[in-house]
Write a protein that binds this ligand. Structure first.
Ligand code: PMP
Length: 361
């Protein structure tokens, strides 16, 4: 059976070229006589794989020398705890969080266990279909850090601009937007992301952190939750997720070959625009998200007649278009179109949507 177009929010598609390379190297990585998943993480083979992955990531993201790149486990969800545990000097200090959706909310709830959380603004009243007006944000210039979610995977709301919050370090959960477009790393204190959308398989968590922010963590922080532990040990204090790290490295090489993040951004913008145009030019489909904040990565949409949702999903699957069911908090459909979703996949989805609409007439 051939490969289908998988619109899952994550784990999501991995570039086919990467899967083929992994397949070719599966049993015997470059005459080592071993699969990468069988190698000691401290052996010279894996040390070369991990170093190459970091060098390639630093190159494509333009990560300055005074930032550490950590390859961790625990998912972005662990970062919801690690960020406050490491950036507060003591429990109860004040931090700023922006609430733009389900993932912001989870980050806020976890931070509240350690910090005095000031929610600078929320878009909950619009069911998270907007980004709160920057003029209305109640920023605290003395906050330890400012946290936000540049792309909300469930609501499909994305920042196409950078919040300017003065000298307060910016912490960004980039799980569903990392590597989709260029960014200025220097504007961030910490960038973190789970791997299962734009970096490869699940199991790896990337943290890019400015060195001066790795200080004393709050009392009682477990050694595995302390950035200093991982920074000091090159992310090898314990056994890292070696195979996911290797596959992420192949994805970084694939991005380089495609022309880097500028090229990714062009393709991603084109894919998203096509899909939003198809939605907007129809009376049968609708986007719940305000135009200026629509995500390039996660595109929720609804049908004029929600009773047709089940039929839409069944027929889409018959055409090889998978995992289009929307999140229950938004309803309808959601097409996640990360870097690895080929443009032909988006074209096939649009053609199917137009056909399905015609059949309703
Ligand atoms: N943040 C965002 C924006 C996400 O999309 C997700 C996962 N969908 C998470 C955090 C949680 O990530 P993980 O499952 O890797 O802990």
């Amino acid at each position: 059976m051939g490969r289908k177009y998988n619109f899952s929010a994550g784990p999501a598609m991995v570039p086919q070229a990467v899967l083929e390379r992994a397949k070719a190297e599966m049993l015997d990585w470059r005459n080592s006589g071993m699969s990468v998943m069988e190698m000691s993480h401290r052996g010279k083979e894996f040390m070369s794989i991990s170093a190459q992955a970091e060098a390639d990531l630093r190159e494509i993201m333009g990560i300055p020398a005074d930032y550490k790149v950590l390859f961790l486990q625990g998912g972005a969800s662990s970062q919801f705890s690690m960020v406050p545990m490491n950036l507060l000097q003591q429990a109860g200090e004040s931090v700023d969080y922006l609430n733009t959706g389900a993932w912001s909310k989870k980050a806020i709830a976890e931070a509240q266990r350690y910090a005095d959380v000031n929610v600078v603004a929320t878009s909950e009243q619009s069911n998270f279909s907007t980004i709160p007006d920057f003029d209305q944000w109640n920023l605290n210039p003395d906050a330890r850090y400012f946290h936000y979610t540049p792309n909300e995977t469930i609501g499909g709301v994305e920042f196409h601009w950078m919040p300017e919050v003065g000298d307060v370090p910016v912490v960004a959960d980039m799980s569903s937007t990392i590597l989709s477009r260029p960014l200025d790393v220097e504007k961030f204190g910490i960038i973190y992301a789970g791997s299962q959308k734009n970096m490869g398989p699940a199991g790896l968590t990337l943290v890019v952190v400015r060195e001066d922010l790795i200080k004393q963590s709050i009392a009682g922080t477990p050694v595995m939750f302390d950035y200093a532990t991982h920074a000091k040990n090159g992310s090898m204090y314990n056994t890292p997720p070696t195979y996911a790290w290797y596959l992420a490295g192949l994805v970084f090489q694939w991005i380089k070959e495609k022309g880097g993040l500028d090229a990714m951004a062009q393709i991603n913008q084109r894919k998203a625009q096509k899909l939003y145009t198809a939605i907007d030019s129809s009376d049968f489909y609708a986007s719940p998200v305000e135009v200026a904040s629509r995500s390039w990565m996660n595109v929720p949409f609804t049908l004029a007649n929600p009773e047709r949702d089940g039929d839409f999903l069944t027929k889409a699957a018959e055409q090889g278009l998978l995992s289009l069911k929307g999140h229950r908090s938004v309803g309808g459909m959601r097409a996640s179109i990360y870097n690895a979703m080929p443009e032909e996949g988006v074209d096939a989805l649009i053609a199917f949507m137009q056909q399905f609409e015609k059949e309703q007439a």
